[in-house]
Design a binder for this molecule. Structure first.
Ligand code: SF4
Length: 389
């Protein structure tokens, strides 16, 4: 990048000025990762100091049966396939209860678009989960699922959200966003929920007082300009509603290991690679700089590996997705050795070792507990060190 432009961008960031589409594209074109990290770290520190938030949650997928066949998805199964499953409500409750000892504060629930499950199933499952785990916040359903519920119930999203909130819904999840630009979206997304509906449903949720997350699936066939466009759409909606709590860049994953039937469902992996760690760090940094009105940027460590997760804290990230015990949507398989389970203590050490202060939060980003003092290095090294990917 031209030195003059670099100075200009740097001056804008330090003056707290809003960056433009062209600025975002220029930042992605820079090879100076350290410089990008420094700028993003400045913005992150201004907003969130040295805090790194995390929560203790469990991901629950009620069914992997889906009417859609998104090109990147290795999770969905068709009815009758060998490893297709749909949980009965009591099964879902039993699975959630297994985590009670972990002092779980949140259940994160996303599912396939099941062709025959009735709409009534969904509020009922929330009600029973809430009755079984009254202290646990329920973060459930993507905007895509809410649009699916409109289709199968004949109700409006307005009525659907009211009923789900009455049943205990605390927040929608941020999924279904992928990349909004149609140029890319038409090749990867098979469901019917695009920007118009995705934004309509989140806008409605925000109007009802709900705070929601926002996401972006990157590192497949999109270009940096599509990522910039994606973030700017969200930024504009955030100017209007203020309802997004967090932005989560999700790294597209190849489906390396064949599933039980030997099939590889991901249909774009022959056309693309996955984002490298450097590209991921750049994406975190540019996202933090561009999406200036979102409070938090999250790294979902399951998709990045723990080393990148730790480094991301110097590239704009201030939130780590918590103690995931089960996560399936894009993580059916992993050949990197990244665990798909972390517990509170593992996360604390990950954050302390990176030089930050861990803060446990709930779904609403309220502080559950602050952890000021890191144990001394000697104490931490008295046990053999865990090997992280
Ligand atoms: S991403 Fe979601 S909607 Fe698309 S095929 Fe997978 S489970 Fe279905």
């Amino acid at each position: 990048m031209d030195a003059g432009l670099k100075r200009e961008l740097e001056a804008k960031v330090y003056a707290g000025e809003r960056l433009t589409r062209e600025d975002g594209i220029a930042l992605y074109a820079s090879d100076d990762l350290t410089w990008l990290g420094r700028l993003a770290h400045h913005r992150r520190t201004e907003r969130n100091g040295d805090r790194v938030m995390f929560n203790v949650n469990r991901h629950l997928n009620l069914t992997n049966v889906c009417s859609a066949s998104c090109a990147y998805c290795s999770f969905q199964r068709k009815p009758g396939e060998k490893d297709a499953y749909t949980m009965r409500i009591d099964e879902a409750v039993r699975k959630a209860k297994e985590m009670e000892d972990e002092q779980l504060t949140e259940l994160h629930i996303v599912n396939g678009l099941h062709p025959t499950l009735p709409w009534r199933y969904y509020p009922k499952v929330l009600r029973e989960l809430k009755a079984a785990l009254p202290k646990v916040n329920l973060k459930a359903f993507t905007a895509t699922e809410v649009q699916w519920f409109e289709k199968i119930s004949g109700l409006s999203a307005d009525a659907i959200l009211d009923e789900l909130m009455d049943a205990g819904l605390e927040s929608l999840t941020g999924g279904g966003a992928e990349i909004f630009d149609w140029e890319v979206r038409q090749h990867i997304v098979d469901h019917a929920c695009h920007w118009e509906d995705w934004s309509r449903i989140h806008r409605l949720a925000h109007a009802k007082g709900m705070k929601t997350p926002s996401t972006m699936l990157y590192g497949h066939i999109e270009e940096p300009r599509h990522r910039v466009d994606h973030v700017l759409r969200l930024r504009e909606l955030q100017d209007e509603t203020g309802g997004f709590q967090v932005f989560i860049p999700l790294r597209y994953q190849h489906d390396f290991v064949d599933s039980a039937d030997g099939k590889v469902r991901n249909r774009i992996q022959a056309r693309t690679t996955m984002a490298s760690p450097a590209e991921s760090l750049k994406t975190f940094a540019v996202s933090r700089l561009l999406f200036d009105n979102v409070p938090h940027v999250k790294c979902f460590w399951v998709m990045h590996g723990l080393s990148v997760a730790q480094l991301s804290l110097n590239f704009g990230v201030d939130d780590l997705d918590g103690s995931v015990v089960e996560y399936k949507i894009t993580h059916d398989a992993d050949s990197y050795g990244t665990p798909n389970t972390m517990h509170r203590d593992d996360l604390l050490h990950l954050i302390w070792d990176a030089g930050f202060r861990p803060v446990e939060r709930n779904t609403r980003y309220e502080t559950v507990r602050e952890y000021d003092a890191a144990p001394s290095m000697a104490e931490r090294r008295s046990e053999p060190q865990q090997v992280w990917a």
